[in-house]
Write a protein that binds this ligand. Structure first.
Ligand SMILES: [Fe+2]
Length: 207
């Protein structure tokens, strides 16, 4: 029976394959940053998973591949990486992994499309339609949360990361508000599950 996501050795192959795909387009100036970001999300997710009774390896794999859709250059292609990752993982036969590729971008499944002006309306409409058919579970929440810390080549607080992504992607006030509220909610949620302050499980580089 398929697990809905790749095993670790397959995940590592897919991770390298995504990087090679992007490099072949000649538009991947931040390969090291991408490797750092995805590895850190994987490490943070597995540390929280092991403390909260979730599957540590599954969390690591989801963290490693959540941004697989960044194998395409969003700006050049005009495509949304969440949808790209979703489609590619479905093609590979990994529906659970596909869900993570999309869900990590949206704190709310019923998001308002107008709050995501940086992406094409048709991609946002399709994303919303897909998310309406999915239920968020603890792994969706875990990857959303773990994705909030790595910034550049550092692991930083949510506040620093938010201000950096706001500048980079030109996010709307509403989008930032959604992400901040979700961050506070998820911090409480995983602190409860882990029965400790979840921040103590994360190695911050600075604060
Ligand atoms: Fe990410």
């Amino acid at each position: 029976m398929s697990a809905g996501y790749p095993c670790l050795s397959e995940a590592l192959k897919i991770w390298e394959e995504g990087i090679a795909f992007r490099l072949a387009q000649g538009t991947f100036s931040k390969e090291e940053e991408y490797r750092f970001h995805t590895r850190k999300v994987a490490e943070i997710a597995s540390a929280i998973a092991s403390k909260s009774g979730m599957n540590e390896e599954k969390a690591y794999i989801f963290g490693l591949l959540h941004d697989y859709g960044k194998r395409i250059d969003e700006r050049k292609s005009g495509k949304f990486h969440g949808l790209e990752g979703y489609r590619e993982m479905l093609k590979k036969g990994y529906p659970e992994m596909a869900g993570i590729c999309l869900s990590h971008c949206f704190p709310r499944r019923d998001f308002d499309i107008d709050n995501y002006p940086a992406y094409s309306r048709s991609d946002m409409e399709e994303s919303k339609k897909i998310l309406a058919s999915l239920e968020y579970n603890d792994y969706d929440r875990l990857i959303q949360f773990s994705d909030m810390f790595p910034e550049g080549m550092n692991v930083v607080t949510i506040e620093k990361r938010l201000s950096a992504i706001q500048k980079r992607y030109g996010l709307s006030e509403m989008e930032i508000k959604d992400i901040s509220e979700n961050a506070r909610y998820l911090k409480r949620y995983f602190s409860d599950l882990c029965r400790c302050d979840v921040y103590t499980l994360i190695d911050f580089d600075c604060c």
